[in-house]
Ligand binder design. Sequence first.
Ligand code: FAD
Length: 401
Amino acid sequence: MADNDLLIVGAGISGLSMAHQAAVAGWNVLVLEQEHRVGGCLHSHRFTGAPDDFWLELGAHSAFNSYGSLLAMLDTLHALDQLRPRAKVGFRLFVDGAVHRIPSQLILSELLLAPFRMLGLIKTGRNIAEYYGYIVGPRNYAAVFEPAFSAVICQPASQFPADSLFNARPRRKDVPRSFTLQGGMQTVAGILAESPGVRVKFGQTVQDIQRDGGKWAVRTEYGAYTARALCLATPVAVAARLLRSRFPELAGHLAEIETAIVETVGVAVAKSQLNLPPLAGLIGRNAPFFSVVSRDTVPDPAYRGFTFHFRSGVLDEAGKRDCIAQALGLSAEGLASMHMISKINQLPALRVGHGERTQVVDGLLPGSQLALAGNYFTGIAIEDCVMRSRQELTRLQQEIG
Ligand SMILES: Cc1cc2nc3c(=O)[nH]c(=O)nc-3n(C[C@H](O)[C@H](O)[C@H](O)COP(=O)(O)OP(=O)(O)OC[C@H]3O[C@@H](n4cnc5c(N)ncnc54)[C@H](O)[C@@H]3O)c2cc1C
């Protein structure tokens, strides 16, 4: 007999939302996580020592009132009172070393035709360059929209499928339109991990999975676990690697999905060191970073935080410090007093035709008691992940009862 009803590999939002929903359904659930914290891309770095109690986002920073599945879980857990509205501050463009307002970079004559160009234009089968470039015109696309889309998805946006971004969903009127939580987005993961019936084991890097006599056997450096059903809720490259020896066909399809690497650096700076106006962030054009995400949306009395999402392999450590100093307008004194934290993020680099690939993947799963959850199905947003986990749990429930 298996030790668990469901084993989940990965304690990001995909794994934890599946764990919470399975536990609500009465399943005995265990999550195995390689790190010593929950959240994956929900990563609110909390400084210890100076700057006291300050946090900044190294990954996701915003959720919206259109994230109905996420909100439904927080509602069930009586956690909606932890939502915090994000202050309305704007983005600016960082172009060739200087900060600009976005409207100053737009070519209005080219934009006039945009509403007409949208009529009847179909997103499916087109990439972002083809779809949005046509609507806003080539010069606006190059000057503002390509950098803005790249900033949103932290990777070059042009080849990304247009229908994998900005999915229209109903909005809840009883929560802020754009929100985070007290302590940042990682708090969502903490709430789910502590929800009744969910158990998470840390420091458990899953190295091998096997199907053995009708149950799943999973091995980490420190232990072996069995379960009736298994969910891989890891980045796609990890899922492909874990499936390679026993499920080569499935692994082969997953291995075709590319991964974008982002070199993320978060900095906390005393307010007194900065002259930059309050902003949501900077969008990089001809810059070594895709975006800078600011903590000004959740202002702190003493510090400001900025997270630079650098293009991979462009700058070394010293180059990143110089770039940060230039973008923030920091003096040598400000730079010396800055607190810095680095992380490597990874995201799927989706391409047109991705929908067909995931259909093939989904066609291989029924009857397997294996679920694949993550940000490499309909989209990379948190809500896409939660919806995928819910859909996969429904299938597993039909398979193992
Ligand atoms: C910089 C950045 C900004 C973003 N901003 C937003 C935003 O503002 N709003 C939004 O909606 N979305 C945003 N996203 C997207 C969203 O945050 C992610 O797509 C989503 O959080 C991914 O969740 P996940 O659980 O599928 O994967 P992950 O968060 O990657 O979690 C996977 C987990 O699996 C663990 N793991 C991996 N391998 C193993 C192994 N072998 N054994 C055990 N554990 C393993 C990892 O440690 C990790 O905890 C952003 C993403 C990034 C990177």
